[in-house]
Design a protein around this ligand. Structure first.
Ligand SMILES: Cc1ncc(COP(=O)(O)O)c(C=O)c1O
Length: 355
């Protein structure tokens, strides 16, 4: 830390992204990327002429992209704002609505929420999950604080039903309820159908997982025109050209290729279910994840050891060093071949540990 850093940030604990290895080839199941390439329509959209146009600024309103998103969800364009990954949208939301009011979110959830809160001076309450890792909605019904819930939650993969989300929304008529749907496309239903009834509902989604564009950095929020206008004001006060030309084109093309999107997400969900069965047969403990990852504990193998042994076998997975979940691994659902290699490695590790 330099002596110039504002003392406000002295205790900031930055978010730690998952490893992006450069030195050797791993089976990479640690950052919930898609095993499939982006839609072929993305490549078609990025022509030589589009590359030459990079000399010009991008559209600050990303109209082609927000138009495609609005059309996909049957919303007005004034109900959509796009960002440089959903991380940026989340930051805008903490900045716009957090302030003195503060936020409540699960203690075990996306690790960026407390980082944004700290960075942006938003007070927060982090609520423990129940023993089975589910969310007790009773903890989220106190009016006067904004609510942030990832649904499905990360890294547990567990889903909250729409009836429960509605109970939270009704308890918070004067607060924002942000539902982070980064993982909703793998067999769950978006809360977008609740938007006409709840002006306090803000839904955040990403192109990073289900649309194979993690490196494109495209995310978005859906909400009432008033909430979206607030986020637009923040965005225009921070970085109006927050999305480059190429990510805008890539995002629009990916959103329009409905068939490819369905094919990829269905395959990932099918692979996830197949791997769950195999892990159960190996005696693993796991959640009923509805995301593009599994959350799993190997029998008789501490989490850190399991992660290190998988790494030695060329497989990267993610682990979080929090007491309740330290023995669990978060394993991205990769291709069928990658998951077969993962299962073979897990079998060996369990046999070794229990022999
Ligand atoms: C719950 C959740 N929300 C948001 C994000 C951010 O995604 P991105 O910034 O790539 O859109 C992630 C990424 O892993 C996530 O797990």
């Amino acid at each position: 830390m330099s002596r110039y850093l504002d003392p406000r940030h002295a205790s900031l604990v930055p978010y730690t992204p998952g490893e992006q290895p450069k030195d050797r080839k791993f089976i990479k199941l640690n950052t919930n990327e898609s095993p499939f390439p982006p839609s072929p329509k993305v490549l078609e959209a990025i022509s030589r002429q589009q590359v030459e146009s990079l000399k010009l600024y991008s559209d600050p309103d990303a109209r082609m992209l927000t138009g495609a998103i609005a059309k996909h969800y049957g919303l007005k364009e004034s109900q959509v704002v796009a960002g440089n990954g959903s991380d940026e949208i989340l930051a805008f939301a903490f900045l716009a609505f957090g302030g003195s009011k503060g936020a409540v979110f699960p203690e075990i959830s996306y690790g960026f929420y407390p980082v944004f809160a700290q960075l942006l001076g938003v007070s927060y309450r982090a609520v423990p999950l129940k023993e089975d890792f589910s969310i007790d909605i009773e903890d989220y019904l106190t009016p006067g604080e904004n609510v942030v819930i990832a649904n499905p939650n990360a890294p547990t993969g567990l889903l909250l039903g729409h009836a429960e989300i509605e109970t939270i929304l009704r308890a918070h008529p004067d607060d924002v309820v942000l539902i982070d749907e980064a993982y909703v496309d793998f067999g769950s239903e978006s809360a977008v159908s609740l938007l006409p009834r709840y002006e306090n509902l803000l839904i955040v989604q990403t192109f990073s997982k289900s649309r194979s564009l993690a490196g494109g950095r495209v995310g978005f929020a859906l909400g009432s025109p008033a909430l979206i206008a607030d986020l637009q004001a923040i965005r225009y006060s921070f970085n109006p050209y927050n999305l480059g030309r190429l990510p805008q084109l890539a995002g629009a093309a990916a959103m329009e290729d409905e068939e490819y999107f369905r094919r990829c997400t269905r395959r990932i969900a099918a692979t996830r279910e197949r791997v769950k069965v195999a892990l159960n047969q190996l005696g693993c403990v796991q959640t009923d994840s509805r995301a593009n990852f599994l959350f799993v504990k190997l029998p008789g193998v501490p989490g850190a050891e399991a992660q290190a042994k998988l790494r030695a076998k060329g497989i990267l997975v993610r682990r979080f060093d929090k007491p309740a979940i330290a023995d669990y691994l978060r394993v991205t659902v990769g291709s069928d071949e990658e998951m077969d290699a993962f299962l073979a490695a897990v079998r060996e590790i369990i046999e070794e540990a229990n022999s």
